[in-house]
Design a protein around this ligand. Structure first.
Ligand SMILES: NC(=O)c1ccc[n+]([C@@H]2O[C@H](COP(=O)([O-])OP(=O)(O)OC[C@H]3O[C@@H](n4cnc5c(N)ncnc54)[C@H](OP(=O)(O)O)[C@@H]3O)[C@@H](O)[C@H]2O)c1
Length: 280
């Protein structure tokens, strides 16, 4: 439990950052737990990232999240990176230790897996082949999590094949990298398909994929959460597939961060979810 006299501080460093829903979520938890503290958006350009991270300790911050475009760069600045973040190749969360040193971790993987488990009771990673579309930072977290949960076959499709191949080499079995042209056919027999590209996000064209080979019982997931229903999810829902958007991943990745910063694991309540949904 945090000391009752301490004003708790955390934030998110990004560039830009004002669109982030994280302050709303973390400040909800401060209120819910009756704790004096705040979580602030920190607009930090890349050239100031090192100074900003080193400033966390003297300012009394428990830590911060890092978001686009800092997730890789921050990894080189912090004093220690755990094995999970090293494997994923990016950090999403920095914890300030009592001696002022900075520890980096990645909670996106937890956020994704936890959101699937919470929203799809009975879900199992080994229920059948899983198609993951995209091979960026989000995909690495998703693939790592799915593999760790016991997925037997992950068909990884990316526009730039070499990026998918790199993940396959690094994570090994069960990842199979497939060329972009095979994305439609790769859906055949899949139990789940996850879009981890930025396609379908506000301001971006829809993900270009035909769903006719996707079985009706398959789960369609997107890690994009603005909009809540991407054209890909809308198409899957209309043909009868179960769907889930990326909001649960975002909300759930905040929980281990709080645990590391303040010693409390907060809940993703329906009230919190509704509050954030209203802003999207
Ligand atoms: N819900 C959450 O908590 C959460 C967490 C992380 C990310 N996200 C969301 O996930 C999305 C991706 O984020 P990221 O950090 O993984 O980004 P990233 O590292 O930049 O990766 C982007 C991915 O999108 C693909 N892509 C981009 N433009 C494309 C196009 N025109 N056609 C086909 N593929 C294209 C890229 O393919 P190439 O390799 O060929 O460039 C790459 O696979 C964003 O919308 C982000 O907001 C959500």
């Amino acid at each position: 439990m945090p000391h009752p006299d301490r004003f708790l501080l955390a934030g998110v460093m990004g560039w830009p950052v004002m669109h982030s829903r994280s302050p709303m979520m973390h400040n909800y938890w401060f209120k819910q737990h009756g704790l004096a503290g705040t979580y602030v958006p920190l607009a930090i350009p890349p050239e100031r990232l090192a100074g900003a991270l080193r400033g966390l300790h003297p300012l009394g911050f428990a830590g911060c999240n890092v978001t686009i475009p800092h997730k890789q760069q921050a990894m080189k600045i912090v004093d220690e990176v755990d094995t999970l973040a090293t494997a994923i190749g990016a950090i999403s969360c920095v914890v300030v230790r009592s001696d002022g040193s900075l520890a980096g971790t990645n909670n996106d993987c937890y956020g994704f897996i936890q959101s699937v488990k919470a929203e799809q009771p009975g879900w199992r990673a080994d229920a059948g082949p899983i198609v993951v579309i995209g091979a960026g930072g989000g995909s690495r977290a998703v693939c790592y999590g799915l593999a760790r949960e016991g997925a037997k076959e992950i068909r990884l499709v990316n526009r730039t094949l070499v990026r998918a191949q790199e993940i396959a080499v690094q994570f090994g079995s069960p990842i199979k990298a497939l060329p972009w042209e095979q994305r439609h056919d790769a859906l055949e027999g899949a139990a789940m398909v996850v879009n981890t590209t930025s396609m379908g996000m506000v301001g971006q064209p829809a993900l270009d994929i035909r769903l006719d080979k996707l079985g009706k019982s398959a789960l369609a997931a997107d890690i994009v959460y603005i909009p809540l229903e991407t054209p890909f999810l809308a198409a899957a829902r209309k043909r009868g597939n179960r769907t889930m958007n990326g909001l649960g991943m975002l909300l759930n990745q905040g929980r281990p961060a709080w645990k590391a910063w303040f010693g409390i694991e907060p809940e993703v309540t329906p009230e919190l979810r509704a509050m954030v949904e209203k802003t999207i």
